[in-house]
Design a protein around this ligand. Structure first.
Ligand code: SF4
Length: 306
């Protein structure tokens, strides 16, 4: 079986785990939906149907570490053997699940929106996300099983100064994180640069972009710092499949709203025009850096949540 619609060259599969979230962030897009009684079985079927062009998978929520579906989903992902598996989390229940991650997850995006614990609690609107001491333990435990951790900070204030970035980098180093991502708040729904990105315009920058998202990487104080931009609903802006999203209600769709189900046909009836779609994607570097990350692949999670 093949997808009935054209698809971008490096698609991401995002799996939204049922179960909700302990946080109540003002910028959260996660919407509660019913959980299909055969949620895991249907996911297994889709993993069989999806073409090999899907090589990376993002696990998201809600808060995936609080979901009872985390373990069975990781088992399926492990069986499938995706080379790149990313978990995005607010970190709440991560220490109780670390044993499940070994050999499945490569990378963790942990949401952290302030270097100050109390301010961070306020943004999450809950105080059971990890504090700074707990984050150090989390990083240590993850590093022991070769999982690196990126701190993901949603930027809602476009007047922040360079000090904010430097302080965040110092904090990330103290914690033991390997990178920081400053993500533009989706409410803006455009790809215009945020001020703290422009403040570092004279730094070497690697950019990967596509019609619906942009990732700019700079090496600042020896740490890869990402500035990420995405449109709220990519599928509204492209006429091909940008990514596949598996929802708690058991549907695989090409949109985060969960309205446009992905269809499959017999292979002989399909003509995937990869070259045409390739032309919509670009990558560039203003100073010859290697690419630190890829665009259009792991936008994932931050849409629904952290
Ligand atoms: S943004 Fe993430 S942590 Fe915040 S409420 Fe949404 S899912 Fe929870």
């Amino acid at each position: 079986m093949k997808l009935i619609k054209e698809i971008q060259p490096t698609p991401n599969l995002s799996i939204i785990l049922p179960g909700g979230c302990n946080g109540k962030c003002s910028f959260c897009f996660w919407k509660k939906t019913d959980t299909h009684p055969l949620y895991v079985d249907r996911l297994e079927q889709y993993l069989t149907l999806l073409p090999n062009i899907f090589t990376q998978c993002s696990i998201t929520g809600g808060e995936p570490t609080l979901s009872v579906f985390l373990e069975p989903v990781l088992e399926l992902i492990k069986k499938k053997g995706y080379p790149k598996v990313v978990l995005t989390t607010n970190g709440t229940n991560i220490m109780n699940n670390i044993d499940l991650f070994d050999g499945v997850i490569n990378h963790i995006n942990l949401s952290r929106h302030s270097i100050n614990d109390d301010e961070n609690y306020k943004i999450f609107n809950c105080n059971d996300v990890p504090n700074s001491d707990q984050l150090i333990d989390i990083c240590n435990s993850l590093n022991k099983i070769n999982i690196d951790l990126n701190l993901n900070c949603v930027v809602s204030d476009n007047t922040l100064g360079a000090e904010y970035v430097y302080d965040f980098i110092d904090y990330a180093k103290t914690i033991g994180a390997t990178s920081v991502t400053f993500r533009k708040n989706y409410d803006a729904d455009d790809l215009e640069l945020i001020s703290i990105d422009e403040l570092f315009s004279d730094f070497r920058t690697t950019e990967k972009s596509c019609p619906v998202c942009k990732t700019r990487c700079k090496l600042i104080c020896g740490m890869p710092i990402y500035f990420k931009y995405s449109l709220k609903e990519p599928s509204d802006h492209v006429d091909f499949i940008y990514e596949a999203i598996y929802h708690p209600n058991g549907l695989l769709t090409e949109d985060w709203h969960g309205l446009n189900e992905i269809k499959f046909v017999q292979e002989s009836n399909i003509n995937i025009n990869i070259q045409k779609i390739n032309s919509a994607f670009s990558s560039s570097s203003n100073n010859g850096h290697d690419h630190y990350t890829s665009c259009g692949q792991s936008r994932s999670r931050s849409y629904t949540s952290c």
